[in-house]
Design a protein around this ligand. Structure first.
Ligand SMILES: CC(=O)SCCNC(=O)CCNC(=O)[C@H](O)C(C)(C)COP(=O)(O)OP(=O)(O)OC[C@H]1O[C@@H](n2cnc3c(N)ncnc32)[C@H](O)[C@@H]1OP(=O)(O)O
Length: 404
C-alpha cells in the first residue's frame, strides 16, 4: 500500500481536480457547472497522492423506490482512479471507507450504483439487481393496437423545461410504486433536463410530450431525434430517454407517438424494463431487437434495516445466514418475518434455512434476480424446504429512469 497516499474527504478546493479526473477516466468532456448542480462535497472522497487528486468516489443523497416502499439510498457515482495509479488498491480503499461512512451515518440502509464494468463491484457487496432491456426498434415494421374510438386524453408537445410542472407531477405520482426510480428534487430536475449541445451526440435538443387526461397529466415521454438520409431517403432515429405512463391508454398513446414520428426508421430506448409492456403490444416483437443488459447494482449497507424496509410478495418467515466480509455487522443469522404489509428482521441463533452472501441479497433485493436462480447457480444454498424465493419477487420488474 502507498505510504504517501491518503484517502480523505474532499474539500470545495478539490472540485476542479475531481472534474479533471472524471474527464480523464471516463474519456469524456466534463462540464463543471452542470456537475456542480448535484455534487455533494461532504459526501465526496478523494485519494490524495502528495497533493494530487488521483482517485475519487462520491454519493448523492436520494431516495430509491424498492418493492412496496421508498427508501433512502446512497446513490454512488463518480468513481475513478487515474491511469497512473490503477490496480494499487485505491478503489478498494475508497469503497471500504465509503461503505463504512454510510453505515456509520445510519441514514441509508442501501447503496445503489450503475457499473461501468460488471467485474468491479461484486467484490464490494453490490449485486446486479435490475437487468434492463435495450430496444432498437424498426418502427416501420411494428404496429400497436388502434387507438380507442373515443380517447380520454390528448398529447401536448413542448420544451421539457416548460412542461416540467406536468412532467414532475406525473413523476411524483408514479414514483412510490415504480421500483428503481430515484427521487428528483429541483436540482435533479435541472440536471436531468439540462440539454448541453455538446452532449447531444449530433441529435436534436431534448423534446417532451405530455399525455393529458380529463383530470390532468397522466404520462410523458422525453426524446430526441438524429437525422439521417440515405440513397433510399429518410432514415432518422428517435432516441427515447424516458417514458412514464399512469395507465395503459397513456402508455399506448405515448408509444404510438414515439414509433410514428415521420422520417424516422428506428427508435432506440436503452432503459426498458425486462417486462416492458411494449413487448406484448406490438404485432411483431422481434422487430424490437431486445437485448438484456445490467442496470442498478444494490448493496445492503444496514442489512436488517434494508430487509425490513421493503415489502414481500407473499408471507415469509425465514432464517438467512449471511456473509459480509466488509461490513461484518451484517454477517450472521437473521430472521426475516414479512409479507405484503411490512417486515421485521432481527438477529437470531435459530438454524438457517438459506446461506448467502450480502452480494446475493443485493441482487435479489429489488425482486429481479430470483434467489432460486442464484441457488441454481450455486451462489445461494437452500438448506431446508422453507424457500423465500417467491416472497422476494415483486409484481413488476425494476425500471430505473436514468443512469446517474
Ligand atoms: C459507480 C461508478 O462511478 S462506475 C465507474 C467506475 N470507474 C471507471 O470505470 C473509470 C475507469 N476505471 C478506473 O478509474 C479504475 O480502473 C477503477 C476505479 C475501476 C478501479 O480502480 P483501481 O484503484 O485500479 O482498483 P483496485 O486496485 O482497488 O482494484 C481492486 C480489485 O478490483 C479489480 N478491478 C478493478 N477495476 C477493474 C476493472 N475495471 N475490471 C476488472 N477488474 C477490476 C482489480 O484487478 C483488483 O482485483 P484483485 O484485488 O483481485 O487484484
Amino acid at each position: 500500500m502507498d505510504e504517501e497516499l491518503s484517502v480523505r474527504p474532499a474539500t470545495p478546493a478539490d472540485f476542479t481536480a475531481i472534474c479533471d479526473l472524471l474527464g480523464t477516466v471516463f474519456h469524456e468532456e466534463v462540464f463543471p457547472d452542470l456537475e456542480a448542480e448535484v455534487y455533494e462535497t461532504e459526501r465526496s472522497l478523494v485519494a490524495d497522492d502528495r497533493g494530487t487528486v488521483v482517485g475519487h468516489a462520491d454519493a448523492f443523497t436520494r431516495d430509491l423506490t424498492v418493492p412496496g416502499a421508498v427508501v433512502p439510498a446512497a446513490h454512488v457515482s463518480g468513481v475513478g482512479v487515474l491511469p497512473t495509479h490503477r490496480r494499487r488498491g485505491i478503489l478498494t480503499r475508497l469503497m471500504h471507507r465509503q461503505l463504512r461512512e454510510i453505515a456509520e451515518a445510519g441514514r441509508e440502509p442501501l447503496a445503489v450504483l450503475w457499473a461501468s464494468e460488471t467485474k468491479i463491484y461484486p467484490r464490494f457487496g453490490y449485486g446486479p439487481a435490475s437487468n434492463r432491456l435495450v430496444l432498437s426498434i424498426m418502427n416501420r415494421e411494428v404496429r400497436l393496437p388502434a387507438p380507442p374510438a373515443a380517447p380520454t386524453g390528448h398529447l401536448r408537445m413542448g420544451d421539457p423545461k416548460e412542461l416540467l410542472a406536468d412532467i414532475g407531477k406525473v413523476y411524483e405520482q408514479l414514483r412510490p410504486s415504480r421500483v428503481g426510480w430515484a427521487s428528483r428534487d429541483d436540482r435533479w430536475w435541472r440536471y436531468v433536463l439540462s440539454d448541453l449541445k455538446e452532449k447531444r451526440e449530433g441529435a436534436t435538443q431534448l423534446r417532451a410530450v405530455v399525455h393529458e387526461g380529463p383530470g390532468g397529466p397522466t404520462g410523458y415521454a422525453l426524446w430526441r431525434a438524429k437525422d439521417q438520409w440515405t440513397d433510399h431517403g429518410p432514415d432518422s432515429e428517435v432516441r427515447v430517454r424516458e417514458v412514464a405512463a399512469a395507465d395503459p391508454e397513456t402508455y399506448q398513446a405515448l408509444w404510438r407517438f414515439l414509433l410514428g414520428i415521420d422520417l424516422t426508421r428506428r427508435v432506440n430506448y436503452s432503459l426498458g424494463a425486462l417486462d416492458e409492456p411494449l413487448q406484448y403490444l406490438v404485432d411483431e416483437p422481434r422487430r424490437l431487437a431486445p437485448r438484456v443488459s445490467d442496470g442498478l447494482w444494490i448493496r445492503l449497507v444496514d442489512l436488517p434495516a434494508a430487509l425490513a424496509a421493503r415489502r414481500y410478495l407473499t408471507d415469509v418467515d425465514v432464517v438467512l445466514e449471511v456473509t459480509d466480509p466488509i461490513l461484518e455487522q451484517n454477517s450472521g443469522r437473521w430472521r426475516l418475518i414479512g409479507g405484503p404489509d411490512g417486515a421485521v428482521c432481527t438477529r437470531t441463533t435459530e438454524p438457517a434455512d438459506l446461506v448467502c452472501s450480502v452480494t446475493d441479497l443485493g441482487a435479489a433485493y429489488l425482486g429481479s434476480a430470483s434467489l432460486s436462480t442464484l441457488a441454481a447457480a450455486g451462489r445461494v444454498r437452500q438448506l431446508t424446504g422453507n424457500d423465500p424465493a417467491t416472497a422476494f419477487r415483486w409484481h413488476r420488474q425494476p425500471s430505473p429512469t436514468e443512469v446517474f
